[in-house]
Ligand binder design. Structure first.
Ligand SMILES: Cc1ncc(COP(=O)(O)O)c(C=O)c1O
Length: 403
């Protein structure tokens, strides 16, 4: 048989919208650390942005029950109605809002919730003001949608609290949305209620949406308490709440999140979802229903342990010469400033992170990824033993720098 002439393969020309974004830097740290671990190397891993606790038993049992009851079919794209109701009830009970299921859509994680919100609202050339330092994904999501990220800086000496006045300076006639995240990844800053209300007023005044990412809402320490700007009167027309089950209920791998917001937006997100992911996994939704309706005891247990680790790691970092560290008020990250440690052969936080991993097998995320050069992000969602081991290696690394 005559061999057929080989046809040329189609050229792989990746779409422009994908060339505007890069792989999540936090995922890149994860991959580099995993590679070393696979080689049998003992890595002190401060990379993961996820609880080191297991998902609470009552939530796991609800998923198993859903499986046994064959709740394994497609559901409504926006999520099952009981879950949308339960999210509204939980948010009202825990954070003082008043939403109805028609104002709630369930998504495949908080990241998906925020991504779809941005896709639903942002047109080419629209500006989105993002509080900085920022979670790595916001700017790329905005760029993917064709928008332009603009940054409103907060200051280390002000505990990285985003101020309404600094935000307002970045608003122009092209601004469509403002994104804030409190408690913050990466800084752990918590915006006080009165400042949050001023931020809302600025958004109302300039007629722009306020997207509040509440992914770490329940991880607050000391004076700081869980707070939602959705509890402020007359907020609903301006406000979009993004929530996640990942951190509060130690459910990162399950992929469940939600949006609370104006019905028209929620319907648009459900439409996009109906043509992309369809519904979040059916049995995960039943687990989420149990998380919303069941005991919150596990959250308190995690919080007490994170608090202990927070104080311990900050104390340890502050003993290392040239490392400055704020006491974070929320989330589970510390964000030390190591800029006085930079020199010609280690000129930025990316090279610090690379050399730390190579020389001491300590995994951290460089601050540049969050728009904060000279800083490192360390997650303390890891055991006390590992924190101590990591601190020992960090002290050795920074103590041995070339002069
Ligand atoms: C600030 C912030 N928002 C949203 C998310 C998304 O979380 P998930 O997609 O797991 O719900 C994360 C995850 O790390 C985060 O840190």
């Amino acid at each position: 048989m005559a061999s057929a002439e080989k046809l040329a393969a189609p050229e792989i020309r990746i779409a422009d919208r994908l060339n505007r974004i890069s792989v999540s830097p936090t995922m890149a740290v994860l991959a580099a650390a995993e590679k070393l671990k696979a080689e049998g190397i003992d890595v002190a891993d401060f990379g993961p942005g996820e609880p080191d606790f297991p998902t609470p038993d009552h939530i796991k049992r609800a998923a198993i029950k859903a499986l046994d009851e064959n709740r394994t079919k497609y559901t409504a794209a926006a999520g099952i109605l009981p879950l949308r109701q339960a999210i509204c009830d939980w948010h009202a009970r825990e954070l003082g809002s008043s939403y109805a299921p028609a104002e709630c859509v369930v998504n495949v994680g908080g990241k998906h919730a925020i991504f779809q919100t941005i896709c639903a609202l942002i047109n080419a050339g629209d500006q989105v003001v993002i509080g900085a330092p920022y979670w790595v994904s916001y700017p790329d999501m905005v760029k993917y949608a064709g928008g332009v990220p603009v940054f409103a800086e907060s200051r280390a000496e002000d505990g990285f609290v985003l101020r309404a006045a600094d935000l307002e300076k970045q608003i122009t006639s092209k601004t469509r949305m403002v994104i804030v995240n409190s408690p913050s990844n990466p800084t752990g800053a918590v915006i006080p209620a009165d400042e949050f209300q001023r931020i809302l007023e600025v958004c109302k005044k300039h007629n722009v949406f306020l997207l509040s990412d509440e992914c770490y809402s329940h991880f607050t320490y000391g004076e700081a308490k869980p707070y939602s700007i959705a509890s402020a009167p007359d907020s609903k027309d301006t406000l979009i709440i993004a929530g996640s089950f990942s951190k509060t209920f130690a459910m990162t791998g399950w992929r469940l999140g939600y949006i609370l917001g104006p019905k028209q937006l929620v319907d648009a997100i459900a439409k996009l979802q109906s043509q992309s992911t369809s519904n979040p996994t059916s049995i995960v939704q039943y687990a989420g229903l149990e998380a919303m309706r069941g005991s919150m005891e596990s959250v308190g247990v995690m919080l007490a342990e994170y608090n202990r680790r927070r104080e311990h790691i900050v104390r340890g970092l502050r003993t290392i010469p040239g490392v400055e560290c704020n006491m974070p008020q929320g989330a589970f990250y510390v964000f030390p400033n190591v800029s006085s440690q930079l020199h010609a052969s280690m000129p930025d936080s990316g090279s610090v992170a690379r050399q730390l991993l190579e020389r001491e097998h300590v995994a951290v995320t460089p601050g540049d990824a969050f728009g904060a050069p000279g800083h490192l992000r360390l997650s303390y969602a890891t055991s006390m033993d590992r924190i101590d081991e990591g601190l020992k290696r960090l002290a050795r690394f920074f103590g041995n720098r070339p002069s």
